[in-house]
Design a protein around this ligand. Structure first.
Ligand code: HEM
Length: 474
């Protein structure tokens, strides 16, 4: 309740508090509200105080600050040994993510990262984009074609999640899981429970009453996770066409690498689940928000089609095209994707914990164990960084002479930065661009819902109520 020691700047207690800070309760109430309200509050912090570092207090938690200045964020990224996940983060995620890459620091994290770099290397990405994704996308296209030009409503969000579930599970476990499998369902449920822990300071107490279903889900995830790993490790090499285009080969190499690095099947299963989770939901959600924004901005969808030389040149409505899109079409579609994840970052805020006393570039002195929070959602709406039209959807802001102009991680922390930069950044971009190009040039989607979409409470940014659409074939 009493947060000591103090966070200071130039020898005096940091006085700039986040708006609406209450005596005793601090900002505690903000964190128990629906997440959308929390994002609005973080955005208000930036609109009122610009890049200023703000004190944040939540009863029972260590002292903390909200940082919004890219210079501070850059410092945090570059000093990864000081700014770690730490005990605060791990206590909340440990039940689900164990010692996996997303939830570990130090040596354990480094060993998994090394193996992950190989999994996500160029050769495997060529298999993803050249073979596995087109095959999975072909099924989605057939599903959508059957429902096109009818009054049937399709949940595009669910269809997209199916794509990333099949693709990333094949890469990680060597088998195509479905998004409605008991394993993936149990994972979704458990991720919802652990995400609540970041907003509910009394979670240890409240879960005494609600924890039974959670414990059952965790048990299923652990048992099935170990089975999936053992199955892949036991697959005979002769059953996989080595040197072929099969991701099972990549998966087996990945799991063997993890086993060597971690030494135990249980830890390998934990790590594999972290990789599945890191890639599946984030990419699917980014795509769902993209299609949502394209429906709100038909001019952008038209521009993609125009650059693709679209509808008239399609080969078959049920198969992905194998024609190469022009560099202009790829650049513009990449810009559409980046503009979407600017406004709808799949990991909307982040937390690190200082492992020693540390001085931020703006002079703020953080005592050891302080929490550092940044809200990517809000930073990506900062007028200081993005200009007066920061809240508008304008893919062109990413292009210079028709080419992508990427931003520094500290200004655009959607994939984090420094040594913990997202390992799947390139994969996410390639997969997203391919899916957008294919679906936009084959179909027109129109909303089968009213009003604006918001996200629901989760670790990432799922769309509340899915994305119900009507499908029209072009
Ligand atoms: C639009 C899609 C994606 C976004 C926005 C995204 C974003 C992020 C962010 C913000 C982090 C840092 C999380 C943290 O440490 O708290 C992260 C880490 C990670 N991401 Fe992604 N990600 C995406 C797709 C992917 C894909 C497709 C994969 C492939 C499996 C992947 C694998 C990982 C891994 C393994 C980490 C942990 C890296 C580490 O801690 O060293 N991500 N991602």
């Amino acid at each position: 309740w009493i947060n000591t020691p103090e966070i200071t700047r130039y020898g005096v207690a940091l006085s700039r508090k986040a708006p609406g800070t209450l005596p005793f309760l601090g900002n505690g109430i903000k964190f128990i509200q629906p997440r959308q309200n929390l994002f609005d509050w973080f955005t208000k912090c930036i609109h009122l105080h610009g890049r200023e570092t703000l004190l944040i207090t939540v009863p029972s938690l260590p002292p903390g600050v909200i940082i919004s200045d890219p210079a501070n964020l850059d410092f945090v990224f570059k000093n990864e040994p000081i700014f770690q996940k730490g005990a605060f983060f791990k206590a909340r995620l440990n039940d689900l993510f164990g010692n996996g890459i997303v939830n570990s620091d130090g040596d354990q994290w480094k060993r998994q990262r090394k193996v992950g770099v190989q999994l996500l290397a160029g050769a495997n990405m060529n298999i993803v984009t050249g073979h596995e994704l087109p095959a999975i996308l072909g099924k989605t296209i057939r599903h959508l074609t059957k429902r096109a030009d009818t009054t049937e409503i399709v949940d595009l969000d669910a269809s997209i999640l199916e794509i990333t579930t099949q693709l990333i599970s094949k890469m990680v476990y060597g088998v195509e899981l479905q998004s409605h499998d008991s394993f993936t369902q149990a994972f979704d449920y458990s991720a919802g429970v652990v995400s609540e822990r970041f907003q509910n300071p009394l979670w240890r107490f409240t879960e005494i009453f609600s924890g039974f279903r959670f414990q059952r889900a965790l048990k299923l995830i652990k048992t099935r996770g170990v089975q999936l790993v053992s199955h892949s490790l036991l697959t005979k090499d002769s059953d996989i066409c080595f040197g072929s285009t099969d991701l099972r080969r990549a998966s087996k190499g990945f799991l063997k690498g993890l086993l060597k690095a971690l030494g135990d099947d249980g830890l390998v299963a934990e790590s594999a689940l972290n990789f599945l989770s890191a890639g599946r939901d984030t990419t699917a959600q980014a795509l769902s928000w993209t299609f949502y924004l394209l429906m709100r901005h038909p001019r952008v969808a038209c521009k993609i089609r125009e650059l693709m030389g679209a509808s008239s040149t399609r080969h078959s409505p049920s198969q992905p095209s194998h024609g190469e899109p022009s560099p202009e079409a790829v650049a513009y579609t990449t810009a559409v994707f980046y503009e979407t994840i600017r406004l709808y970052p799949p990991i909307p805020f982040e937390i690190k914990q200082a492992q020693s006393d540390v001085l931020l570039p703006d002079g703020t002195l953080l005592p050891s164990k302080s929490i550092v929070v940044w809200c990517t959602w809000a930073m990506n709406r900062s007028k200081d960084t993005w200009g007066e039209d920061a809240s508008d959807f304008r893919p062109e802001r990413w292009l210079v002479d028709g080419r992508m102009r990427y931003r520094e991680a500290a200004e655009f922390p959607v994939f984090q930065g420094g040594p913990r930069l997202c390992l799947g950044k390139k994969m996410a971009e390639m997969v997203a661009v391919q899916v957008i190009l294919e679906l936009v040039s084959l179909f027109n989607f129109s909303p089968a819902y009213e009003g604006e979409k918001v996200s629901r409470n989760h670790l990432t940014l799922p769309m509340e109520g899915g994305l119900k659409v009507y499908v029209e074939k072009l």
